[in-house]
Design a protein around this ligand. Sequence first.
Ligand code: SAH
Length: 413
Amino acid sequence: MDIADKLIQEHRLTKDEGVELLNSWQDPAVADKLAAEALRVRREVYGNDIYIRGLIEFTNICKNNCFYCGIRKSNPEPDRYRLKKDEILDCCAYGYKLGFRTFVLQGGEDGYFTDERLTDIVKEIKSRYPDCALTLSVGERSYESYKLLREAGADRYLLREETANEDHYKRLHPSDLSLHTRLNCLYDLTSLDYQVGAGFMVGSPYQTMENIAEDLVFIQDLEPEMVGIGPFIPHKDTRFADFPAGSVELTLFLLSVIRILLPDVLLPATTAVASMIDPEGRVKAMLAGANVLMPNISPIEHRKEYTLYDNKEGITSNAESKLKELKESMEAAGFEIVFDRGDHKTLLKSTSDSETDELEKEEKKKKKKKRRRKRKNRKTNKRKRKKEKPAHQEPEEKQAASGKKEKTETKKG
Ligand code: SAH
């Protein structure tokens, strides 16, 4: 049996199988087969429905220096902004009027948003819009902080692992950031019962097919409710300015693979996909298995300052006309945008008995929790063992950590 058929039948991949599959991404026959299956599976779970999220980019202030990111701390270029509570609430009011029932608060790791301030905002949004889901995407925080935010009413959390390979992680981040911490955050969020979103950039600098296969295996094991992937796009003021952008075609291929691995996953056609081939980009992503769109409802005057990468899509379009345009293009492709919270659906085998349904759901949830606990224990033990060994750091990363290289590059930019 070839590897694509195996994936279709078993909904699982080992790392080696992932690499083998990825080596055929440029073969249209394989890509088409996977896309057709992804679409079939997606229809089985979500019909032709497309969920929408109103994206609010509420701060571009960040304490981190991720090498790929345009709003990293050491970039002097963007004018920094931070929305006031009232401005965030205005975005929600506007989004609500347009029909959005999920708001996503995304931003840099901005110290101003302490637990107290952020929980206050979360509570206010949830009390004004109890029929809406609230997603946070504000990076790494402590378990206690995630807990407070969850208790305040946050429903979902997006935190891409960026890469599941430790060495690759080090090549994309300064040494004060670690994959270890990133993954722990994901496990914390999972244990707090958030609907969790993981994910990675496709074609990020130094990424190999092995790395992508590792991400696929990581995602299939974590079983997040959402997966965000998009092509890496270079930003002129970063050390990766001259690296090539990731491939949209490979991204589409991976959307199909992820849909097949996790049939009930919420899978957005990300802005990065649209930025490279709008307007067909989003339709192509849907045809490859995606089922979520995240139009920007942030104030237009700040959009150009939230440049994670160059030529970002949607900098000037207002949400109302964007939504209209999306509705039309999605309908033309046979999909329908629905105006509800668009929660994750647990895939159930077809049965007419709703009681069995409920039992199965409970059973599935329990099993998932158990698997996650086991995995977390395994990781902790592995880390404990590793701690005994000295930490490995490459010369290049040392230089980056000292900030030397950062300075030269800033000048260059
Ligand atoms: N501070 C938050 C939000 C980060 S921005 C956090 O740490 O999670 C959201 C995502 O944009 C990132 O997770 C990253 O995968 C993506 N991103 C950043 N720079 C990018 C680039 N140059 N090209 C493509 N995607 C990028």
